[in-house]
Design a protein around this ligand. Structure first.
Ligand SMILES: [Zn+2]
Length: 383
């Protein structure tokens, strides 16, 4: 489903649930009434709230069923849970049987973090920070260094004036030894002088006379090696979904049958498109006869005379193409990504519908989409 369509669907679901506030028999959850809150959603996760009485819960589910009837999107009851607070065991049993879902216990985890009415500890937040956001120690160091910048540049605030008067006594804060009796927090800030010295001074982190935490963080965060195919993925005119499929293929993370078998999921290992060899990223791109013909014809239309090679060799070739800013090479770049995406879609089409497009039809689609991305390059694509 496209993101746009998904957003429209979720808006409709929101409206169905919001209508409950106009329903006289519906009782809000006691802590949600003043906000008229019936639900919260994040992506495809939905939390619904009501008072624990059978009438309110039935109304809540009727609102959801109205959405299901219009969208044909249904809740997976095996993955749904009901949570109670301050409800007798008898009522819990009655409502659990009414809903037909299992009962969960609070706090439950969401995005790796426990949802709780109490303040979260640093340890509980750590999964979210480490998985999704940034390297916390380095970000913390960069943020504390910002306070050092304020002290060193005598920012106009009371705390900085106080530090200068009582600790540095108008001496240079950069060369003065850390005062023995200062607080642990100020010691921590002054220790960041080493961070700045290690980076060769402030120059790299200044923008418009202000120190940027983000720039310092970028300099001190753990460095990971750059991938050799960076140019293949970045700076092209393709859609993110097409680039994403190529990116997964480059990491060998497409869910091909060889990986399913590694996970002990039984399936016919043969390629959907040719039924001649076992399916893997290497086979799909472009050892497979179907894929080979598709890329061969696309390259032919672009007047690129070279044989179709294995995936790794094609990527090596594409890396060279991507170094050039010539219009034709930009077209080849886009057409290649579109070809990988098109083949992956056809592979999925066999899985879900049992059929796929003939080579010439897919090639025509690839050419059309590539010309659409770079209209100025139509001369290379439309003979
Ligand atoms: Zn095949």
């Amino acid at each position: 489903m496209s993101l746009f369509l998904f957003a429209i669907g979720m808006e409709y679901l929101s409206r169905c649930l919001d209508e409950l506030r106009l329903t006289p028999n519906f009782n809000f959850h006691p802590r949600c009434e003043k906000l008229n809150l019936t639900h919260m959603m994040f992506a495809d996760d939905l939390l619904m709230f009501s008072r624990a009485d059978s009438v309110s819960i039935k109304l809540l589910f009727q609102a959801f069923l109205k959405f299901s009837g219009a969208s044909w999107l249904f809740a997976n009851l095996d993955k749904s849970e009901v949570y109670f607070g301050g409800v007798s065991v008898d009522v819990q049993t009655e409502l659990r049987e009414l809903l037909g879902v299992s009962q969960g216990t609070i706090p439950f985890r969401y995005l790796g973090v426990p949802l709780s009415s109490k303040k979260l500890t640093i340890a509980q937040c750590r999964p979210l920070v480490e998985k999704n956001l940034l390297s916390l120690p380095e970000w913390n160091k960069a943020a504390v260094t910002k306070l050092l910048w304020d002290i060193a540049h005598k920012a106009n605030n009371l705390w900085v004036k106080w530090v200068h008067i009582y600790y540095f006594k108008h001496k240079d804060c950069w060369t003065t030894p850390t005062p023995a009796k200062c607080s642990w927090f100020l010691k921590k800030i002054l220790s960041c002088r080493d961070v700045v010295n290690d980076q060769g001074g402030w120059d790299g982190f200044i923008q418009g006379n202000k120190m940027k935490i983000k720039k310092l963080y970028a300099a001190i965060r753990p460095q990971v090696p750059k991938v050799p195919w960076k140019r293949v993925i970045c700076h092209n005119l393709e859609t993110p979904k097409s680039v994403f499929i190529l990116w997964l293929a480059l990491w060998n993370r497409l869910v091909t049958k060889d990986r399913l078998l590694q996970w002990n999921i039984s399936c016919d290992p043969r390629c959907f498109l040719c039924l001649n060899s076992n399916e893997s990223v290497k086979h799909l791109f472009f050892d497979c006869e179907y894929s080979r013909q598709v890329l061969n014809k696309v390259l032919g239309i672009l007047h690129v005379s070279k044989p179709v090679q294995h995936f790794s060799d094609e990527i090596e070739w594409l890396k060279k193409i991507c170094r050039s800013s010539r219009l034709k090479n930009k077209v080849v770049h886009v057409a290649f990504i579109e070809t990988v995406y098109g083949i992956w879609l056809q592979r999925n089409a066999v899985l879900f519908t049992g059929c796929y497009k003939p080579v010439d039809v897919l090639v025509r689609d690839i050419v059309f989409h590539s010309a659409y991305k770079i209209p100025a390059a139509s001369k290379y694509l439309i003979a």
